[in-house]
Design a protein around this ligand. Structure first.
Ligand code: C5P
Length: 218
């Protein structure tokens, strides 16, 4: 590991979407590519941190020189995150599916016979909120907020509701091209207020955030 301001710090990053199975061949997911989470893991690692990287099925390759944990579902992601504790800081960049299919089928659902299947959902655990309320809560917890309207208001509310220190908020309306794209326009919400960052490559958003985290942890 490289020496740097985060040397000796263990930092957890969640990244990517989760896949919630309907049956062995079908799933429910979202458009997260894992690009921002991966860039963050790289930036934190390059500042000297020991990075635990818990990723759902992302479309970008995971970084090297991190402790890699690949998961599929939100429940598996929660387990991997809990196992990784204690850590000094945690960034929850994953786009976790809010719901999973209740009683997903062990065999492929056939098109014939019973007509169109009906699905019931149940709520997935909120990993960020769970870790914020954990007995070994990391000293610094950063959440993300992907919104398509009232970005700042929702993100402020989310910071308080989930109990995290900072929220990185971004507008993921299709017109912004953020999901799956290489740039990001974010607002950093902390206990002291809101910072509007300019449009930046995701790698640069990651480097700035990692530097801020290093300062906060120093
Ligand atoms: O509630 P919402 O999904 O908008 O919150 C976003 C933040 O919460 C992100 O940091 C995301 O990684 C985290 N989250 C989570 N577990 C969930 C849902 C969201 O950790 N089930």
């Amino acid at each position: 590991l490289r020496a740097g301001p985060l040397s000796g710090k263990r930092v957890l990053v969640t990244s990517g979407p989760t896949h919630e199975p309907i049956d062995p061949v079908r799933y429910i997911a979202n458009r997260s590519s894992g690009a921002q989470g991966t860039a963050l893991a790289v930036a934190l690692r390059d500042l000297g941190a020991e990075v635990v990287f818990v990723t759902g099925p992302a479309s970008v390759a995971p970084p090297d020189r991190v402790e890699l944990h690949k998961v599929e579902t939100a429940q598996q992601m929660l387990e991997a995150v809990q196992t990784a504790l204690p850590v000094d800081a945690a960034v929850f960049a994953a786009a976790v599916a809010d719901w999973r299919v209740e009683g997903s089928h062990a065999q492929k659902i056939k098109k014939t016979a019973h007509g169109i299947p009906e699905m019931k959902f149940s709520e997935n655990p909120d990993i960020l909120a769970t870790i914020c309320a954990h007995p070994t809560r990391p000293a610094l917890v950063v959440g993300f907020a992907a919104e398509t309207q009232d970005v700042i208001a929702h993100a402020r509310d989310k910071r308080l509701r989930k109990g995290c220190d900072w929220i990185v908020a971004n507008d993921v309306s299709p017109a912004t091209g953020i999901m799956g794209g290489s740039n990001n326009t974010v607002h950093l919400i902390t206990e002291t207020g809101v910072e509007d960052w300019p449009p930046l490559p995701k790698a640069e958003v990651a480097r700035r955030l990692a530097a801020r985290m290093a300062k906060a942890l120093a």
